[in-house]
Write a protein that binds this ligand. Sequence first.
Ligand code: SAM
Length: 240
Amino acid sequence: MTDLTRKWEESGYNKQYLEISDIILQDRDRLMNILISHIRHFGKSRAGNTFLDLGCGDGVLAKHIHSFFPENTFHVCDGSEKMITAAKENLKHIAGCHFYTVTFEEIMENEVFGTRFDFIVSSFAVHHIQHEIKYRFFETLNSLLKPDGHFINIDTCLSGNQQTNEWYYTLWKEWIIGQQERAGIKEDYSDIPQKAPHKPENHYQELDIQLDWLKKAGFTNVDCYYKYGIFCIYGGQKTE
Ligand SMILES: C[S@@+](CC[C@H](N)C(=O)[O-])C[C@H]1O[C@@H](n2cnc3c(N)ncnc32)[C@H](O)[C@@H]1O
C-alpha cells in the first residue's frame, strides 16, 4: 500500500466519498451510461466477456455494467481494503466476481490477475497515479488486454490552457451547487473544485498528454469519447 492509497483507508475518508459521490462527481450517471453505449457498440458479444474495473471503490461501475451485461465475468480491484469490503457487499449478487486488494503500482510489478481482459474500465481513479509512472501503467494495461480489447476510462483531464481550466473548475462548482439544491442537502461541498487539484492524491493531467501516452503505450483508436469540463471518457483499443 502506498501513502496515498493509505489515505483511502483512513477512517471517514472512504465513507464520506461514498456518501457524497453523486453530489460531487459531475455528470457521473451520464458518463457511466456513455461507457455502457461504448461496450454495447464495440463488444463482440453481449456475453462471455471478461471485465476489469480498476480502482473500483464500492463497485459502482462494475454494478452498473453488470446490470446491462449480466452474462460476463467481472474482476474488480482497489488499493483500499475498506473499498473492497464495500464492493464485496455491493456486488454480492454477481456470481463469480473476483476481488483484489491491490494498488495500481503493484499491478505494474506483478502478475496479479492470471487472465486477460476484453474490457478494462475505470471511473475517477486513474488520476491517482503519479505522472511519472502513468505511461508505464498504460503499457501494463495494454498487456493485460486480449487482442481487440478496450480500455475505457472515466476520469479527469485538463486543458493545456490555465484560463480554460479555471472556467472548468467554476463549471464543476456550479454543478455541485445545482446537485445540492436538487438533493436539498445543507452541507456545502462547492469548494471541492478549488481544493481538489491541490490535494496530494490527485494528479490531474492534460487530456492531450494522456491520449499521447496511450498511443505510445501501444493503443490504437485512441480518442476522447466525451468531455464535460475536466471530466471525460477516453480510451483506446489493443490491436495485435
Ligand atoms: C474517487 S474513488 C472512485 C471509486 C469508484 N471507481 C467510483 O467511481 O466511485 C478512487 C478509488 O481509487 C482507489 N485508489 C486510489 N489510489 C489507488 C492506487 N494507487 N491503486 C489502487 N487503487 C487506488 C481508491 O481507494 C478509491 O476507491
